[in-house]
Design a protein around this ligand. Structure first.
Ligand code: NDP
Length: 328
């Protein structure tokens, strides 16, 4: 029988957004020798934002990609091993002190005593070519991050859920006018949130309305909308186009092993980052569909590393990193 080497680590971190890197900083400083796999989009959602103005400690703001590089450097400074690669499959142990297995890029397996999952969530887009072309040029899926750039201007928000209502009322405070596009004759949002936007004078709610094309070459200059009942089209002059049609948590590989809610977000216990399996922790947007901010993700990343450290303190044999020959 062929023998192959398998690597064992104390702490494996999956994902490279603010949650993953903050977990790495804390885990590395606690001598957990973390090994982090970045996933397909190193740096996570913040690498698709321009200016980040709401992360404490940056009085002049910082652009998303730079912030993520600095977070990576900070994690590496304390000894985190950062690897490009995607965890494509996991076999999680149900036993306290058991060893979890993760497959990297469908090729090699790595074993870990603790896993911190920080794979994030992906904002949904409509998929219009004009929308994709203008991402970062006025098309945004984060009103709280980017709304400020459209101070005094006209903008549109797509979606009729709680996020869209929250975004519309946030933007109504900053912008001149907000047009909400809702594809059905009613909103999905809670009544309280609906009333909140209905009361705002500068929010124009359009039911049965969809975006057909985002107009503009390098920046958003307008939007062609269509009434899906009458098929009438209209062009709005806007400078910002905000998507609020939901997020998809990146949890496909954990299905049937970890407890999730209906939308696929990982469920953590109480105030902790503990999942339903011992030694497996979740941090950041993958377990949070409510706050979804870089700073809250970073906060839960810190918690996950502390939870992992405490967990390792409760098990008898903490493995030091090693490679072992096993039968393939
Ligand atoms: P939801 O899935 O609740 O709503 C998505 C909205 O986008 C719906 O109106 C949906 O329309 C619309 N939509 C989806 N796809 C398209 C499309 N292709 N074109 C046009 N419209 C589309 O997502 P949210 O992000 O709003 O909320 C997610 C969860 O987070 C919910 O449980 C929500 O309650 C919660 N939340 C709570 C908050 C709070 O309590 N403060 C704040 C924010 C979120 P349709 O209805 O026709 O499917």
């Amino acid at each position: 029988m062929a023998k192959e080497k398998i690597r064992r680590v104390k702490c494996l971190i999956i994902g490279s957004g603010p949650a993953g890197y903050t977990a790495a900083i804390y885990a590395a400083r606690a001598d957990l020798n973390p090994v982090l796999y970045t996933g397909l989009e190193p740096g996570g959602q913040l690498t698709t934002t321009t200016e980040v103005d709401n992360f404490p400690g940056y009085p002049e703001g910082i652009d998303g990609p730079t912030m993520m590089i600095q977070l990576q450097q900070q994690a590496e400074r304390f000894g985190t091993e950062v690897n490009m690669g995607m965890v494509t499959e996991v076999k999680l142990s149900k036993k306290h002190g058991g060893v979890h297995k993760a497959c990297i890029d469908n090729k090699e397996w790595i074993e870990a005593q603790t896993i911190i999952i920080s794979t994030g969530a992906t904002a949904k887009y409509l998929g219009l070519p004009s929308e994709q072309k203008l991402r970062g040029g006025g098309v945004s899926a984060c009103a709280v991050c980017d709304g400020f750039f459209y101070k005094g201007m006209d903008v549109a928000v797509v979606g009729g859920g709680d996020t869209a209502c929250e975004d519309a009322s946030y933007l109504a405070n900053i912008c001149n006018k907000v047009t909400m596009l809702i594809r059905r004759g009613e909103m999905r949002a809670s009544k309280a949130m609906q009333h909140r936007v209905e009361k705002l004078e500068n929010v124009d709610i359009r039911y049965f309305t969809e975006a057909e094309e985002v107009l503009g070459e390098n920046t958003v200059e307008g939007l062609r909308i269509i009434n899906n009942q009458t098929k009438e089209t209209e062009e709005l002059k806007i400078s910002g186009f905000f998507l609020a049609i939901g997020h998809t948590p990146n949890t496909e590989i954990f299905k049937d092993q970890l407890t999730m809610d209906e939308a696929g977000y990982l469920i953590t216990k109480g105030k902790s980052t503990k999942t339903n399996l011992p030694g497996v922790f979740a941090a950041g947007d993958v377990q949070d569909n409510e706050y979804r901010q870089a700073v809250t993700a970073a906060g839960t990343g810190c918690m996950a590393a502390l939870d992992a450290e405490r967990y390792l303190g409760t098990i008898e044999e903490v493995i030091e990193e090693k490679e072992e020959s096993i039968s393939a």
